[in-house]
Each structure stands twice: as structure tokens, then as C-alpha cells.
Design a protein around this ligand. Sequence first.
Ligand code: SER
Length: 585
Amino acid sequence: MDSKELIRKYLEFFKAKKHAAIKSASLIPEHDPSVLFTTAGMHPLVPFLLGQPHPLGKRLADVQKCIRTTDIDSVGDPSHLTFFEMLGNWSLGDYFKKEAIEWSHEFLTKVLGFDAKKLSVTCFAGDKDAPKDEEAASAWKSLKIPAERIYFLPKEDNWWGPAGETGPCGPCSEMFIDTGKEKCSPKCRPGCNCGKYFEIWNDVFMEYSKTKEGKFEKLKQKNVDTGMGVERTIAMLAGKKTVYEIETLKPIIEKIKEISRINNPDEKQLLSMRIITDHLRASTFILGDDKAVAPSNVDQGYILRRFIRRAIRHGNVLGIQREFLSELAVIVLEMYKERYDELYRNKNFIISELRKEDDKFRKTLEKGLHEFEKIAKATISGKDAFLLFQSYGFPFELTKELAAEKKIKVDEKEFDDEFRKHQELSRVGAEKKFKGGLSEASEETAKLHTATHLLNEALRIVVSKNISQKGSNITPERLRFDFNLDRKMTPEEIKKVEEIVNRKINEAIPVKREEMSVEQAKKKGAQAEFGAKYSEKVSVYSIDDFSVEICAGPHVKNTSELGTFKIMKEESVAAGVRRIKAVLS
Ligand code: SER
């Protein structure tokens, strides 16, 4: 079975169980300030897990493209990837543990044909915040999974979320396939990374929300969020020992072998090939997203730069002295073009950005490696690591990786201090962000969401009717709105936009939410984001006939709740794209 067939079978299975199939959201989360990438299928669904009604109902299923940079150090082992596809089924306050577990079991054993004897599962062991999950365990027992293959594990293993500081979370039950390998030690159990137990699916029972104070409160509704890794499941179905041997990854490894002329790589060379394969896939999908993120030194662009540069360096290890990533990217986009047509639409951008970044980095790579040899003494100071970053474009982990090969340490804290001094965004800040977090649904963010709709419309009135949203990011403190314009806004225009938004606030207009098909929404003149993939039925928010937008919310009930709107900054972020930062007071 290949990925396409697995996905088809999964969606068919859950459609038969009355789930509506929804489309994969963008890899770059909309409105969410706490994460750089969509790390799980549940991410775009947070407002609905918190109780907002979903236009397609209470049962959903999908396949979502995800990026998890927290796993970057594990890339190359049998099962971890930064980019992967995640299958998921959701209950938004509908079914709970028993059904979720029964269906997981049915799909694994009946549809996919896994031998139930090879299945081990884990359940939450219980602590001061929540009880031992006997309910999940008894569901497994009634499916004839014997007690010795049901493991009770603590929070660090068997509790999912919140991905950020606060938000929906709960105990989970994970499913592992026994690969038949010997246990690495008597203590070896599901969760051990030796390769005996391969985690393929996780059922999360989201009935809690973690508060800012660290308390776990019951949510309004009991949700189910499940996540099945496509690459891992295919590997296990095909009896492979690693994800790198499946049909979506192997052709890339083969091409690297061809380019490097290394047919029988040793262990170190194989690791380099796997790192290139993983990072190239992630880079292709980031560049291929309609949000048009290019390599840079901030936010998603910085992560992308790190992926590309680390891949180039590992190419160097394999003796590849020319640009080669764009050739590999073509393999990826051919492979995925049916499922993710954005890759093909953005083909030129993907190829040209990979080539540009290669050109930039290759110029300094040799010199930087030379410099590294000079400074690689007992430990590498943070200042030297920063010099490598600033003068030779070495992302920190590249220096760390080179140092580890020589068994020397790098002063990370000093590097961070230097970085912070020089960059708007500290590396630590970025790490924190990409550890994951969930959109926060406070009153402040709801207000700023509504203000964003007003701003969007005011810009079209004042500046140009061709303006459309290129990106949005909202924290409880401010909104950030990107739009297409190839010049600076004048002070008069900024003032006029503020006036219009404040006038609409003062008019105290009710904010109306309706559900309809995308066609109906477009007929109604609703603003939709270019390239965004909507499900058949969407939520449309209207503020009189002034603003009509397809949007997942959350929003306030009336514009009068907003206060006073003020634009703090208007700047350029990319060619032809401007950014406004604005606040409400
Ligand atoms: N959110 C859970 C995970 O990412 C299940 O989808 O594992």
C-alpha cells in the first residue's frame, strides 16, 4: 500500500462513520502567534475544540501537512521527520474514548490488516491533575488487547498538549507496532526509541484546558483528536525498518546516491543522506505553501534557511560541490502534486529560492569551514559561533553539529546573548515558538480579529480595491496584517484608514456569523484568502455589508466592543508586500 491509498482508505473509513473530510490547512498557521508551523492536524481546529461550532459538523477527518522542528535532532533515526503528513479524526464534543479506540483498532486490524498481536498501547497513568485512564484501558481490554501490552505511562509520555502555554489538552492513548526487534534492555517499552516499538497513532482525549496559572480545567465539551503518521504507518505496513525506505522518501535517497556517486553509503554518509532528504522535503513544502515564505533571518524564513543550509552542508560531507537541492525538489513536487497542487503552482518560486540560497551559502561555506577549523579549540565561544553566523551564514546548529563531530562544546548561552543583541528575534524566542503553541482564544484576540476585518476593508477603500490579505498574525497585544502593495503608504492614507476603522467601531455594528458553501460566500462578495483551501461549507463573518469574509473566527459580537484602533507601524516585509501592526486601546 502507498501513501495515497492509505489516505483514501482512512478518509473512506471515517466518512462511513459520518465524518466530514476537511482539507489540509496551510503549513503557516493563520492568526496564531504562538507557533511558526502547523505541528499537528488539531492546530487549525483549536477554535472548534474550544467550542465554536464547525460548519461541517461534529465529526471531521483529514490529512494535514505538518512540520515539527522539535524533532530536528532525531532526524535520521528510523522514525522521526520534520515534515510529515498526519491523518486525523475528530470528535468536537461528540463521541469519546470508547468509539475512538474501537475505530482505531478496527482500522488498524481490519482495514490495514495489522496483526493485533503486534499491537501495544499506552494509557495515562494518572497524577494530581487527572485520574488514571482506566476508561481507555478498559476499551482496549474489551478489544482483546491483553493487560501486558497495555502500558500506563506518566504525563511526559501520555498527555498531549497544550502545544503552547495554554489551551486544550488531555490524556492520550498511543498505538505501537512491535517490529520484532529484540528489546534493547529489560526496561524497553513503547516510547523507547531503539526501534522495537514504532508509534503510529495517537488518540487524544481532549477534555481539559490548561490555564495561564498552570491549572487544568474541564473544557466545555469532550473532544477526540487523533493523529496517525502517514510515513510511519506505510513503513510498518511494508515491513520496513525506517521511514526512509517508503515510496515518498526512497526516490530522494536514491537521487542523492546518484548525484554523490555513493552507492553503498557508510553509517555517517547514510545519516547525511537522510538529513538532506528530510530537510529538503520540509523546505520544498514551506516554499511551496501559498504564504510564500523565503529564506531569511526571522521566523519561518529562519527555520527554512536552517533546513536548506544544513542540507547543503551534508551535501558537502558527501562530496557534492554543486547546487543539487532543486533537482531533489522536483522529485518531491512531482510526487505530491495531486494532493498538494500549491507545490506545482509555486514550482518556480521553490526552485529559484533553493538556487538563490545555495548560491549565497556556497560562497561562504568553504571559508566558514576553514574559519571553523581555526576556532575549534577546547570549546567554541558564543562570540565565535556568532561570527560564523554573521560572516559566513552558519546557523547555530550547524556550528554545534560540526563541533559535536569533533567532540567539542559551543557556548550556547553566549551565542544567544550575541544573537539577541543583533537580531530582532532571539533564537531562544524562535525555539520557544516552534516548540508549538495553540491559538489563544481570549477576548483580546477576538477583538483584534474583528479589527483585522475592518482594517482589510478600509485599506481597499483608501489605498486600492486590489488589496488582499497575504498573512495575519494576532497576539493579545496587537494585530499584524500583511497585504499586497508595492509602495509605502502615505501618512494621509494611514490616517484615513484609522478613521474609517474607528468610525465602524463607533457605529456599533453587530458581527454576524453564517454558514454557507464557498460558492455562496463568493457570490455574497466575501473576501477569501488567495490560495487558501476551504471545505465545502465555511463560516462567513459579516459586519453590515461593509465587510464580508470567510473566516474561522473568533470574533466579537459587536464592533462597539473594540475600543480605539491605532496603526503603530507600516513597513515592507517582502517585494510587493507591506505589513501593518496595529493595536486597540
Ligand atoms: N495532537 C496529537 C498529536 O499530534 C494527535 O493528533 O499527536
